[in-house]
Design a protein. Structure first.
Ligand SMILES: [Zn+2]
Lengths: 134, 351
């Protein structure tokens, strides 16, 4: 059950790209951090929830041909670093796209997809992936 | 108080399979089958898509068009489907979280074969009209499966649409809704069974046609209207032929149903069918246009609606999300092998 509880705590980030922002120096963190490594003690208590933009563009990407077991049915697939409209770099799978048509700078947006599931009887994990903008 | 549609959003997966490809697999004339059903391709969900992801996309598109609506003001969210990913654990909770409507709302999954989406619209309408809630969300979505080789395999497809029901800035007023329900065992699926069964020829006359014409006639009578009073009509569309026939039985013309008839291009999206048809009509509608709707769910029942598009549709930020036409653009065709993989029909080791 501990993995279910851990996944549950990550829902705001996984569903809605909720990270944190240091109110002291303005740095945005995703996934969220409770502590600003830049401000250290001065940043304590100044980390606020911050939802990053769902739209952005491909900053860099890689096509995966050898996948871990949980993703083996998806291969080959692309993983991209996306620079969101607020300038944050987020990595995630890039879906609904022809692998030979992915280019740096391509506009994409985060959508909710199934990430994996704990077998046929276990919980289904949902989270963001990126798709080209229609 | 006027109650109606404040916003809507539609989502259809990008993959398609053609009837000739399904026919090739089972040694039947798929092309002929498609012609008979008037279904020329059907949508297929991607390997990582299900009713939860489809509902979420539709609901997010719906919210994108009304940036002035605070999701925390949504007081109810219903997802109507016959393919909820969990037997126990509501789709509606995950969708509510994904559009940030939690925690002060009521949410539930509905099931009524192909009409659970319109049942949700009625529930939201009642709650808004009685001042229980400010906004309600009704979603109809499915990733329907027919048994391999069964006639249903040529039609059962995936997609959904979401509607925000409220009383402020409504783009379409619901003038009236009513239903016609009986115990008619034309189609069913038992708990734990992967595929539904149907009553063969029984599914037509005493089921689909009887319920839609009964509900439709009741609505025309109550409103004192005739088919000529409506610009558009949307009927449940298990295939491309039934809605044309039932429209004729009620006195509607083909041109009234064309805009909301999506099944020939995407198949039968079950709970998503009438909601998607309505979304396609609202994409094109102008102030004053009157819309006649009758859904159908096996088991069996029909919900009928009389709707008038308001002037507010001119201010509506429709361009903040793709139209149904746009969502259907650039489909990717898959063969039967990929189709079975996407649908999780291949038995994997340890699965
Ligand atoms: Zn800082």
């Amino acid at each position: 059950m501990s993995s279910v509880a851990r996944a549950w705590r990550e829902f705001p980030g996984k569903y809605n790209l909720e990270g944190t922002k240091c109110e002291n120096c303005g740095t945005i963190f995703f996934p969220k951090r409770d502590f600003c490594p830049k401000c250290r003690r001065e940043g304590i208590g100044k980390m606020q929830k911050y939802k990053i933009q769902r739209e952005g563009e491909v900053f860099s990407f890689s096509v995966i041909y050898e996948a871990p077991a949980c993703n083996s049915a998806l291969k080959p697939y692309a993983v991209a670093m996306v620079r969101t409209k607020d300038g944050v770099l987020v990595s995630g799978q890039l879906v609904d796209v022809e692998l030979d048509k992915i280019v740096i700078g391509m506009p994409v947006r985060a959508v909710l997809r199934k990430l994996d599931e704990d077998g046929a009887a276990g919980v289904i994990h949902y989270g963001f992936k990126f798709t080209p903008i229609k | 108080m006027d109650v109606g549609i404040v916003s809507y959003g539609a989502y259809i997966p990008r993959y398609r399979i053609k009837p000739e490809e399904i026919g090739r697999m089972w040694g039947v004339d798929g092309k002929g089958m498609g012609k008979g059903l008037m279904i020329f391709q059907k949508s297929v969900p991607g390997i990582d898509e299900d009713v939860i992801t489809i509902s979420t996309e539709a609901a997010r598109y719906m919210m994108a068009r009304v940036p002035w609506v605070n999701p925390k003001e949504i007081g109810a969210l219903y997802v109507g489907s016959e393919s909820h990913p969990y037997a126990v654990k509501p789709t509606a909770t995950i969708v509510s979280e994904a559009i940030e409507a939690t925690p002060a709302l009521t949410a539930a999954d509905l099931e009524f074969a192909c009409k659970a989406g319109t049942a949700g619209m009625q529930a939201c309408m009642g709650m808004v009209a009685s001042n229980m809630i400010k906004y309600g969300v009704a979603i109809g979505a499915d990733t329907a499966q027919g048994a391999p080789g069964d006639a249903l395999e040529f039609s059962a497809s995936a997609g959904g649409a979401a509607f925000l029901i409220g009383s402020e800035k409504i783009i379409a007023k619901i003038n009236k809704t009513l239903s016609f329900t009986t115990d008619t065992p034309d189609f069913w699926r038992r708990e734990g069974q992967p595929y539904p069964l149907h009553g063969g020829r029984f599914t037509g006359d005493p089921a689909y046609f009887k319920h839609i014409t009964s509900a439709g006639k009741m609505l025309l009578k109550e409103m004192g209207t005739t088919p000529k009073d409506y610009k558009y009509a949307i009927f449940h569309q298990p295939n491309g032929k039934f809605p044309t026939r039932v429209a004729g039985m009620l006195g509607f013309e083909q041109e009234q149903i064309d805009t909301g008839l999506l099944t020939p291009n995407i198949g039968n999206t079950y709970s998503g069918a009438v909601p998607l048809g309505l979304a396609a009509v609202l994409d094109k509608a102008s102030p004053g246009d009157r819309i006649f709707i009758t859904s159908y769910g096996s088991g069996a029942g029909s919900d009928a609606f009389d709707i008038t598009v308001t002037d507010e549709i001119k201010n509506y930020q429709k361009n903040n999300a793709p139209t149904v036409e746009k969502v259907m653009e650039n489909p990717v065709y898959v063969d039967y092998g990929l189709y079975t993989k996407f649908r999780g029909m291949i038995v994997m080791p340890g699965g």
